[in-house]
Design a protein around this ligand. Structure first.
Ligand code: HXC
Length: 288
């Protein structure tokens, strides 16, 4: 269980939040954080062991949690999951679309199945969960909040992760579309785009060995993200204090995306004295 927080430990008292992919990585960090802040947390994923371990950790710290194994690509499994969570914990107040799939591949080599594996997990899975939540909130006249974990390249695109880039862009489009369509029901949807947070799932699939140092150099703040930092922001986006925020995508990447876009960003990688000396040399002589 996480120890420190900006927030009061009763922030989520009485709230039920479902986190997909909540047994590992960033989803687990979010689940632990919400439980530490008083939420009743439901987590789902395909593998049972990490789900059981995460629920056990929450319960050992005095929190309330449950798990159900489900594949987010299966709409009937998602409906059954929502029914089970409502029966055990009560009506759901928040949904975190975190479950994802990704791997490095050249687009021309992708099989139909490989494309489907990622797009169905990320885009269809986020849709099935969001639709299930929205249907229930609208029918019951309850407010609700959806947080989708996207990625900065949902906006820019990225080489070698085409299915993920396409699917995450779709989730972002869902976030913005439904923020408008469901606003009158009091349903909010936002996206959170983490930059480099080296979790095992992402590192094993995406980080070519030996490139970690180069990856660090892309980040103006000079370090990778701490899942705790992401979980804190997720908590804010899910709680009532962000009640006027909807349809937005918050990028949490230590400045990586904007550094990549800036024409002169590479100068920040040189010793500053050297940069200043070069600038001084390029400067025209003072006019008399
Ligand atoms: C090419 C691959 C492949 C690879 C799988 N496939 N891995 N093709 N390169 N590295 C192909 C398989 O050959 C198969 O196609 C098809 O994909 C389905 O593979 P399965 O293993 O049967 O599928 P499944 O068990 O459903 O696995 C889904 C998965 C896997 C997406 C492929 O990686 C997974 O379970 N991932 C979940 C966790 C995860 O990816 N976490 C990282 C998320 S990071 P054929 O044609 O052979 O049948 C993220 C953002 C990162 O999302 C942001 C960084 C800034």
């Amino acid at each position: 269980m996480t120890a420190r927080s900006t927030f009061s430990p009763d922030l989520f008292d009485g709230k039920v939040v479902l986190v997909t992919g909540g047994g590992t990585g960033l989803g687990q960090a979010i689940a632990l954080k919400l439980a530490a802040l008083g939420a009743k947390v439901a987590i789902t994923g395909r593998r049972v062991e990490p789900l059981q371990e995460t629920v056990a950790a929450i319960e050992a710290a005095g929190g309330r949690a449950m798990w159900r194994s489900a594949d987010v690509r299966d709409p009937s499994a998602i409906e059954a999951l929502f029914d089970a969570v409502e029966a055990e914990l009560g009506p759901i107040d928040g949904l975190v679309n975190n479950a994802a799939g990704n791997f490095l591949a050249c687009a021309e080599d992708l099989s139909d199945n490989a494309f489907d594996a990622v797009v169905k997990t990320v885009m269809y899975g986020s849709f099935y969960g969001t639709r299930a939540a929205g249907r229930r909130w609208i029918a019951a006249g309850r407010k609700g909040v959806v947080l989708s974990i996207v990625v900065p390249y949902a906006t820019s695109g990225s080489a070698f992760v085409l299915p993920s880039a396409m699917a995450k862009a779709g989730v972002l489009a869902m976030t913005r579309s439904l923020a408008v369509e469901w606003g009158l029901y009091g349903i909010r949807l936002n996206a959170l785009s983490p930059g480099p947070f080296p979790t095992k799932g992402a590192t094993d699939r995406l980080m070519i060995p030996g490139v970690a140092e180069a990856a660090l150099q892309r980040v103006p703040l000079g370090r990778f993200g701490d899942p705790e930092e992401l979980a804190e922001l997720a908590a804010f986006l899910l709680c009532d204090a962000s009640g006027y925020l909807t349809g937005q995508d918050i990028v949490l990447d230590g400045g990586e995306a904007i550094k990549g876009a800036g024409t002169f960003s590479a100068y920040t990688d040189m010793p500053r004295d050297q940069v200043k000396a070069m600038m001084a040399m390029m400067r025209p002589p003072k006019k008399a």
